[in-house]
Design a binder for this molecule. Sequence first.
Ligand code: PLP
Length: 447
Amino acid sequence: MQTQAYRQLDRDHHLHPFTDFKALAEEGSRIVTHAEGVYIHDSEGHRILDAMAGLWCVNLGYGREELVEAATAQLRELPYYNNFFKSTHPPAVKLAEALCRLAPAHMNRVFFTGSGSEANDTVLRMVRRFWALEGKPDKQWIIARENAYHGSTVAGLSLGGMAPMHGQGGPLVPKITHVRQPYWFGEGRPAGQDPGTFGRECAAALEAKILELGEENVAAFIAEPVQGAGGAIIPPESYWPAVKEVLARYDILLVMDEVICGFGRLGEWFGSMHYDLAPDLMPIAKGLSSGYLPIGGVLVGDRVAETLIERGGEFFHGFTYSGHPVCAAVALKNLELMQAEGVVERVRNDIGPYLAERWATLAEHPLVGEVRSLGLIGALELVDPDTGGRFDKSLGAGTLCRDICFELGLVMRSVGDTMIISPPLVISRAEIDELVSLARQALDDTE
Ligand code: PLP
């Protein structure tokens, strides 16, 4: 079928996620047809370097035959069975064991879901159930962060702190509130504060919120180690140690959303490990299967697990596709390949530092106000070269730069005027050179 025919069918019948439907109908879609390694290809013959690993998920890159074989073999063996009540199957059990082996030592249980959003719905249910079972039913408030993304289900969007989503979300889940994000650049590099002071101030804002709500009413704090969709926000070094201290002062659960940072993105199996954190719960998804099939879950620490198991009775929660056998088989193979190929160590010791060095060269560009990266996640903050400050929002500099990138053969994401990369973890040095060179050209063309 020809490109134009696909575009017309798309216009006529397909509502895309996070898309202005009308604008898309006017402009038409790019039809992505196939992919290999770190490149996607479209129906018009373009080869595009995917510096977003799809949606932060294709960690092992495209075209891995081993994952195709794992799916095919499992489809033949047992294409579907559920994990409700007293049934299970080998892929779910083996994946659960593998995950708990890779997770921090105090995390020995996993609850499977079909996605990251469902994982965060599960978090909400588990956290409140835990405190009810502990005889503290008032502990219901969950503190999240402004500008956070935790998914698109009602619980996910309520935990998230994105104002435009809240505006469209209908009634949100009660007793969820948001505190300041540790976004030094985005908060305008507050005058007279170095990043360290700013990081501690953000942790102090969390403490102030706990005291305002009353610690006896606060159930949990949820955050990503590095905030992804909000703008690849790497917190100042002072932030997590200070938050850890605050949470230790009050009996409040820590939920680390590892949907993006998990599975090697920051050079450790989980982002929490990079920051030496010991979360009570870790929602996971995306890189778990390198995005080849949809699967998510919540890793559960011993404290919460023991209460739910010993005192909980039936947990009235679960999904038809919780621990789907084919998705679980692919996820298991994905973890095996990552281990066999030393993917996480390579991000930490080799390709992450290489990206940091090459990416930092973009700081010299007049359009760039800040460059940051950690492991294989990175961002550029676009600024008006005349003032050194943010562009006028109405100019849409980020969107323009993103579109130019696409035309040049590079997928970079824009969040406002923040340009983001999160490439497949298997990206080579030569491909990073290409990525940086295309990004530089896109900046030149945006000017
Ligand atoms: N949590 C975080 C941090 C995410 O980035 C996302 C998706 O981007 C989600 C949760 C939701 O995951 P899903 O899209 O699989 O529902």
